[in-house]
Structures are given as C-alpha cells and as structure tokens.
Design a protein around this ligand. Structure first.
Ligand code: GLC
Length: 650
C-alpha cells in the first residue's frame, strides 16, 4: 500500500543506507520492501512509536533487513523466488515431518548424515532438528535456554557439520526446520551477563526489578508454567541484587519486547538462521512474548503484532522461509497465531494443533470420540494459506488444553474428567495399561500434564512386560490409529523420533541430576538403532509399526484430497466411538476420502445409509485405500475393527 508518511520515511532511510553500502542486485529486496514497508512502519509505530529513538530504530531495522538480504546465499534467493511463484507449496500432502534431537536420534550433527536414509525409508521429508544453539551444560532445558544464538553447541558439532548436513538434505529434497527461542535467553547469555554487571542498556533487554513490589503485582495474574520445578515467575539474581522475570525455568530470562532493540536483535537472529538454510523456523513459546501487568502475560495483542512484524520483515529478506507458532494455548487462541482477519497467514504459516493432539489422547482414554468431535467442531477454520502441524507426541508434555465447556457438552464434569485422564495415562485407572508420568501437577486441583512415550502411553510397555500378545496387538493398533488420524486430518504430520519403532519410556534421565526433576526426559531417549533394525524382521513389534506407518505415508502422498486446502468435512454419526470426516480434492471433486477412526476396543458398526444419502459410497464395494482391498457392508453397516481406522475411497 502507498501511504505518504511511511513512503517518505522509507525514502529517507534508503538515502541514509546508500551512504553506507553500495549494494547490487537489490531489485527483489526493494520490491518486497516497498510492498511491506507500510505494514512494517505501522506495526513498528504501534509497538515502539512512543520510544524516544523510534526513528533511529526503524532505520536500524531496515539496515538489518538489507544486510541480511545481502548475505543471503544466492541458492536460497532462488528458492525464495520459486516459492513466491508456488506460494501454496507447503499445503501439499507430500510433506511428512519428524522432530528429533540430533544427539538423541543420532550422535551429533555429523552423525545425522548416516541416519538420513532411515527417514527417507519411512517417507519423512521434513526434519525438525530441535535446538542446536549453544547452551550451558546442565541448565539447557533441552536446548531452550540459549547462551549464544549464533553458535552451535559443541556437543552437537560445528557449522561445518551443519553445512554438510544441510547440503545433503537439499540433495534429498528434504526440508529443515530449526528452532528460534524468541521468548527468553539463558541467564548465561552475553546480554544477561552484561545486565548482571550493571549495564542499564542490557538490563532493559529483560524484566529486572529492585524489589518485589512490581513482581508481586505480576504474580497476581500470571500462571506458573513449571509449578513443581520452577514455581513463581521471578528469580532473585544474587550477583545483580535484583529480581528477574523467569516464566519458565529460573535460568531462562524473559526478553523485554517493549524494547525495540530486543525486537531487532531477535529478528536478526531469525534471519541469520534463515540464511543458514532453514526452510522453516519454529518460534518457541510465542504466546509469552508480551508481558502486561494484570494479565496472564499470554496471548496478548502485542505478542501478535510482534509476530506480524517479524513475518513482514522476514518476507522482505527471506520470503521463502515459513514460521511455525509454538503456542500451546486454548483452541480459540491458537488459531490467532496464523493472524486474524486475513486470507494468507500474516503471523505464522504453521501452528501446532495442540487441541487435536490432546483430543486424540482423550479419545484413547475414554474409548469414545465424543469430546474429540465436540472439540474439533469448535476449532475455528484456519486461514486459506496456513496449515496445522498435526502431531501425536513431541518432546513436551501432553496438556489437556481443550475447554471446560466442551468437556461439559461431551457429558463429563471438567475437574473429574481431567483427573480421570491423568489417572488413565499414569496407569492408575482400572483397565489402563498406560505407563505415563504426571508432569506439572497442580496440588490444589490434582490436574496435571502427562509425560511418556507414545508407545508407553498406548500400553505397549506394560503389555510387553505382561507378555500379553493381545494387549501388544491392541497397543500397536492404538499407535497406528493415532498416526492414521494425523496423516489424514489436513496439515503437516509431524512424527516424533522413535515412535515408528514403538520406543518405550526411558528412565535413564533419573540418573542425571540436571534432568531428574523434569519427567519430560522420559520420552526424549537415545534412539536404539539395534531395535530399529528389527523393522526388517516380520513378526516383531518394530516391523509391524514401522511398515504400517511407512505404508500410510506413501499412500497419503498419493492422495491429493489429503492436501490442506480447507477441504475437510466433519461428519456426525450416531456411534460415539467413531470419529468420521471426509477429505475432498477441490480440483477433482469426485476424489473423496472418508476417514473413520474407531477408538473403542471392540469392533464398531457404522450405518452407511445416512452417508449414502449424502452422496458417499454409491457403489457396492468400498475400497480401503490403505491396502487396496474391498470392504463389504453387512445389512447396510460397515464394521470397523477395534482401535482401527479406515481411509475409504468415497
Ligand atoms: C517450549 C519448548 C519447551 C521448553 C519451553 C521453554 O514450550 O517446547 O520444551 O521447555 O518452550 O523454553
């Protein structure tokens, strides 16, 4: 948009920058800057207009964009242009992700090279390597307490290893996702050190207070993220003699985005990793980026404006790079991280579908899809050019993030239902074989989140211990059912390393003092490659899971209706155990898939007549896309085996 004030400011800025640099080949930079500058200026002005040096900062911001553009490698600039042309590329059904630690899945970045074949064998073509930046040993929060954003942790390797890996990934047509921890730094970061030494400019990078008066007011409305291990949201720093805001762990200092310098520093870091070759950047803990007294300090409007500004700036320098919002918040809030009132994502193109994940686990525990159906109906539709990241497990705990209102409409009482879920997944409910651990238990309500590997939560660990073939089989079915859902729902499925071979809980973290108070480490194991070899041995658990997931992946890639183009219809059926939705190909409307998940441990029947009246199943036989076989209805009813799913040609 052309608007005089911002346009004349931009002209002044460009004249200023021309004095300093004589850049060449800037055509694309200028067209993008021209297109986005009004938005950049407006957002910057809303956030930082009152700042005394606001003009100086916006010059610094544009200078940062320009420098990073100049240093952007030409092969990445080429990809930017390709993705601009094919701007819906990431909505395709061909993308399958896996999240992993480079020193858990492999030994380090170098060793990752020898482990890429496994990913390709499975069909994974998007790898999320969890944080690799330099962190203090023992106080790293799994890499999310960064000491130096532009240095690779020596435990993982060097930039040389990283570059080799990324070159290899590109050759294999695989995408790379990396984290940028935007909300906080380690207390050992250079900025924190300077703040500790008394440098006022750096104290303004954080929330630092002489006494408890302001922190106490904040505390009145701020929830606790890690109530057991890091209660409260402020930490006394002895050396500085002051209180610091630390929402997560005590050694993670929250950044102060009211300071424009902080914004520009973090943007520079985002662009640094974009220029290193990341295709997608996972922005960590974005819901927490704006702190306001009297509020929960989550999902504030300004946090969204910051993300919009980050996106608008990134589009100028590295438009091919996408953002993932890691905002594990209420369903109605998550959706806002795509950006509101827009068609294209104006904040993050991808967001964790934490609601779907939690609802799937609810369906496993209740053996019913009642809450799943209600909860999914209430997720507002996403924007056209945005997509979900669908997952069953990740490196974090499972929180019961659906709304109490949905629990009530599903016929349960919220408090007791949430307690039931904790009891179920910690194996304290009759009939449950799950072996999870409670995480972040709230002593007043008994509410807790859950740690544990997918296989252990699905009951495989106990079934193996009991040497019970039926229970083993049922656990495998649950694992496949959950994968069957995330692979067909619409969005990018993100598998978790180890899950395709049924990796169980690993309690070795208990021997490590820096980890033993954080039960999330139980599901962050070292990949057992000997166990992984069993995937070639028919009859083994590893074989059954790996080959079924592999097959689903390859089938998904061939079904255009599985691309995420707002082409899903949820269907109400009169069997509470079933979750049913259809996916259709907008271009070829005759290509429709009906997805049915049976969450009960008994076979269930689906009355096909209402579906036939809606135009589904007009032929005698029904094709199961997972194996090409024909299914037959009995008296108009289709039988879906226990804890199983179908992808049916409809
Ligand atoms: C994100 C990460 C989590 C970490 C937290 C604080 O939620 O996924 O592992 O503990 O941020 O950095």
């Amino acid at each position: 948009m052309y608007e005089q004030i911002s346009h004349s400011l931009l002209n002044d800025i460009l004249v200023e920058l021309k004095k300093k640099t004589k850049p060449q080949n800037m055509q694309f930079f200028y067209t993008r800057l021209g297109a986005n500058f009004y938005a950049i200026y407006s957002l910057f002005n809303t956030l930082y207009g009152e700042h005394p040096d606001s003009k100086k900062h916006i010059l610094h911001l544009v200078e940062t964009l320009m420098h990073q553009y100049i240093s952007r490698p030409s092969h990445l600039k080429k990809i930017d242009l390709e993705r601009e042309k094919d701007h819906n590329w990431f909505l395709s059904q061909k993308w399958i992700g896996m999240a992993l630690y480079c020193n858990g899945y492999a030994d380090n970045l170098k060793d990752m090279l020898s482990r890429l074949n496994y990913l390709q064998e499975l069909g994974v073509n998007l790898v999320h390597i969890m944080p690799i930046c330099d962190c203090p040993e023992g106080k790293s929060d799994g890499g999310y307490a960064v000491r130096d954003f532009c240095k690779i942790d020596s435990r993982f390797g060097t930039f040389e290893d990283f570059d080799k890996l990324i070159t290899n990934l590109k050759k294999r047509d695989m995408l790379l996702t990396l984290d940028v921890v935007v909300n906080h730094t380690s207390d050992q970061h250079e900025w924190a050190k300077k703040a500790r030494e008394g440098d006022k400019a750096y104290q303004d990078y954080y929330f630092i207070f002489d006494d408890r008066s302001i922190p106490d007011i904040y505390e009145e409305s701020m929830p606790e993220v890690f109530p057991e291990t890091a209660p409260g949201n402020f930490t006394w720093d002895e050396a500085m003699g002051k209180w610091v805001m630390t929402v997560f762990n005590r050694y993670q200092w929250d950044l102060n985005y009211r300071n424009p310098e902080v914004f520009i520093e973090m943007l520079d870091i985002i662009l640094f990793w974009a220029n290193r070759g990341a295709d997608i950047l996972r922005l960590d803990a974005v819901a927490f980026m704006w702190k306001k007294m009297g509020s929960s300090c989550q999902n504030e409007r300004e946090a969204h404006l910051i993300l919009q500004l980050m996106k608008d700036c990134c589009q100028v320098t590295a438009p091919g790079v996408l953002f993932i919002a890691e905002a594990i918040v209420a369903p109605t809030e998550i959706i806002k991280y795509f950006g509101e009132d827009a068609i294209n994502a104006k904040e993050c193109e991808i967001a964790y579908n934490a609601t779907f994940m939690a609802l799937l686990w609810d369906a496993v525990a209740t053996k019913k899809a009642t809450l799943l159906n209600k909860g999914i109906h209430n997720i507002p539709s996403k924007l056209e050019r945005a997509t979900w990241l669908n997952y069953v497990r990740c490196h974090d705990d499972i929180g019961w993030g659906f709304s109490d209102a949905d629990i009530v409409t599903a016929g349960y009482e919220p408090l007791s239902h949430r307690r039931f879920l904790v009891d179920y997944f910690t194996g304290n409910y009759e009939g449950s074989l799950a072996t999870g651990l409670a995480f972040g238990r709230n002593s007043e309500t008994g509410d807790a989140r859950i740690s544990g590997s997918l296989a252990s939560l699905a009951g495989l660990e106990r079934a193996l211990k009991n040497n019970d073939p039926d229970a083993i089989n049922m656990a495998i079915k649950i694992i496949l059912l959950l994968h069957g859902m995330i692979l067909s729902f619409g969005g990018i499925p993100m598998l978790y390393y180890g899950d395709a071979i049924g990796t169980l809980n690993d309690d070795s973290y208990l021997n490590d003092e820096s980890k033993n108070d954080d039960s999330r480490w139980i599901h962050r194991p070292k990949m057992n490659w000997e166990k992984a070899m069993q995937r070639t041995q028919p009859g083994t658990v590893e074989y059954s899971i790996f080959n079924a997931v592999k097959k689903m992946i390859s089938i998904r890639k061939e079904i255009p209706a599985f691309a995420d183009r707002n082409n899903r219809e949820l269907l109400n059926v009169d069997n509470p155990h079933l979750f049913v939705f259809s996916r259709f190909d907008q271009i070829n409307s005759s290509s429709r898939v009906l997805v049915i998940g049976n969450f009960n441990d008994e076979p269930q029947f689906l009355d096909l007549s209402p579906l036939q009246r809606m135009g589904f199943f007009q032929y005698d036989s029904i094709k199961n896309l997972c194996n090409g076989e024909s299914l037959h209805a009995m008296n108009g009813n289709l039988m879906i085996p226990a804890r199983s799913f179908y992808w049916l040609e409809a």
